[in-house]
Design a binder for this molecule. Structure first.
Ligand SMILES: Nc1ncnc2c1ncn2[C@@H]1O[C@H](COP(=O)(O)OP(=O)(O)OP(=O)(O)O)[C@@H](O)[C@H]1O
Length: 479
């Protein structure tokens, strides 16, 4: 580390455009002083070019490695802060600290490697330049002795060689910096770009909202998580969600059901294969356009700091704001109240009623104005789910993804949630990650997932009769 800093600090002033210009001008001066000696000194150039090319490749790879380790470090820190209650509750501060230290050590090792690679490049170039200067002195000395060159000219020439030496070292460091910067930028663009977007950002131009049916096709989709590249979660998945129907996904835990939902929501791009919505590859669609048409009700819905009304309005207000920002003729901002995007309190109350949430909300002294989230009222699992359902009702998305709760809701809450869900699913394309027998029995189609593929599909009765994978799963999953 110290060595790296010393080497880098040494040449801070000589980097960048200035170093490049100094190198060009230095070479021009040498040719002007003595073309013959300049050619001798020029012997260093092919070697310098080769070592630069080699170092560039290596530094680019190391820069990417460094970016990744920094990412891991940041995610450990942010995860610990986000889940601070659990960390404190389980007394896991030391463990989190140790995880962070291990990750930082990884970054430190890569930084040392970068320092060593820059240092090697520097040493090689210096050696080559000093050899060239030696050659210049030998050839120049002979010329001076033979009387065909003035000693003062030789001295000036050698002086300029030293200046050029520093300028060329500056070019080396500029290249090293540029490669690290390029690796870091590539990471930034990767994170900022919508998952797997080809940048075509089509939306209304391809599928008009009126014609949008919401049919979804996964075609030969392969997927591995970036953090676990060796584990194939999906291996050639073919799955069709027919428009306006409920498709239930069943399978063993860890089989990839939530991953399918995440891919459809475009949290990740598929590694291979394609996901089509109404026949259009999702990577060709504008991500905001698509997310306005997809609602997700998860097992453990997050609530944002604010009132219950703001939380229910969240999805619809965000979608309307996005549509307005995009200028695609979506919901107008006109008449927007404090809930945003033209969402009125009447609509919020209606949505809460459909989601079986109105009664419990009105029991709070502040009703829909009750503050939730950090420092506010804590809601039970069933209540949070009904708020999330109300949010999805208000968003009125054509495609609905439901990750059914496995957590033990009491029988009354479960019945209320179920009833609200059955109202919500009517007339929409629904993908439900099914954990309840009632959902599976009533689904229009059940798909059994195993080894990253759909291995059986059909209706409940048909699949039972077939006595295959579904039949075997039934006893383990829904007993
Ligand atoms: N963010 C992630 N990074 C790396 N691996 C992940 C990630 N999320 C899930 N996995 C892994 O991918 C595999 C599929 O997980 P997924 O959550 O999709 O399964 P599932 O069928 O929904 O499971 P369950 O029914 O238990 O919710 C699992 O082995 C899981 O450990």
């Amino acid at each position: 580390m110290v060595a790296k800093q010393a080497v880098q600090g040494n040449l801070q002033r000589d980097r960048g455009l200035r170093a490049v210009l100094e190198t060009i001008c230095g070479l021009a001066v040498l040719f002007k002083l003595s073309p013959r000696l300049a050619w001798v000194f020029g012997l260093v150039i092919p070697f310098a070019a080769w070592s630069l090319a080699e170092a560039r490749k290596k530094l680019m790879l190391l820069g990417q490695e460094e970016g990744k380790s920094l990412g891991v470090e940041a995610s450990i820190a942010s995860e610990a802060v986000r889940n601070i209650r659990e960390v404190r509750g389980f007394g896991a501060e030391a463990r989190e600290l140790a995880r962070f230290k291990t990750a930082s050590q990884g970054t430190a090792v890569t930084s040392v490697k970068i320092g060593a690679a820059s240092g090697r490049l520097e040493a090689l170039n210096r050696a080559a330049i000093y050899m060239s200067i030696l050659a210049v002195m030998m050839v120049g000395g002979r010329l001076v002795l033979a009387g065909s060159m003035q000693a003062s000219l030789l001295l000036s020439f050698v002086g300029f060689c030293f200046s050029l030496n520093f300028a060329m070292q500056g070019v080396n460091f500029t290249v090293a910096d540029a490669k690290r910067g390029q690796a870091a930028l590539e990471r930034v663009f990767k994170v900022m770009s919508p998952a797997g977007s080809k940048g075509l950002n089509l939306g209304v131009d391809v599928i008009s909202p009126r014609d949008f049916e919401g049919k979804v096709d996964f075609r030969k989709v392969h997927f591995t998580y970036p953090t676990r590249p060796d584990m194939h979660v999906l291996s050639g998945l073919d799955l069709t969600l027919r428009a306006g129907e409920v498709t239930a996904l069943v399978g063993n835990s860890g089989g990839g059901k939530s991953t399918i939902a995440a891919l459809l929501s475009r949290f990740y791009p598929p590694s291979r294969g394609e996901i089509l919505v109404d026949g259009v590859d999702v990577t060709d669609l504008d991500r905001r356009w698509l997310t306005q048409r997809i609602a997700l009700v998860g097992q453990n819905p997050a609530l944002f700091t604010g009132t219950i009304a703001q939380n229910i309005a969240y999805g619809a207000a965000a979608a309307a704001a996005a549509a307005t920002a995009k200028g695609n003729g979506g919901a107008p901002a006109e008449g927007a109240g404090e809930l945003g995007g033209g969402v009125t309190m009447d609509k919020v109350v209606q949505a809460a009623e459909l989601a079986n949430a109105k009664d419990f909300i009105e029991e709070f002294p502040d009703g829909f104005e009750t503050f939730v989230g950090e420092g506010g009222v804590q809601l039970s699992g069933g209540q949070r789910q009904r708020i999330a359902i109300a949010r999805a009702v208000l968003k009125d998305a054509r495609i609905l993804i439901l990750d059914e709760a496995t957590s033990a809701l009491d029988a009354h809450s479960e019945a209320l949630v179920q009833e609200a869900l059955s109202r919500l699913t009517k007339g929409r394309t629904v993908l439900v990650i099914a954990h309840r027998l009632s959902t599976v029995v009533n689904a229009d189609k059940i798909c059994v997932l195993s080894q990253g593929k759909v291995i059986e599909e059909g209706k409940h009765d048909e699949l039972l009769e077939r006595k295959g994978a579904y039949y075997n799963l039934m006893s383990t999953l829904f007993d």
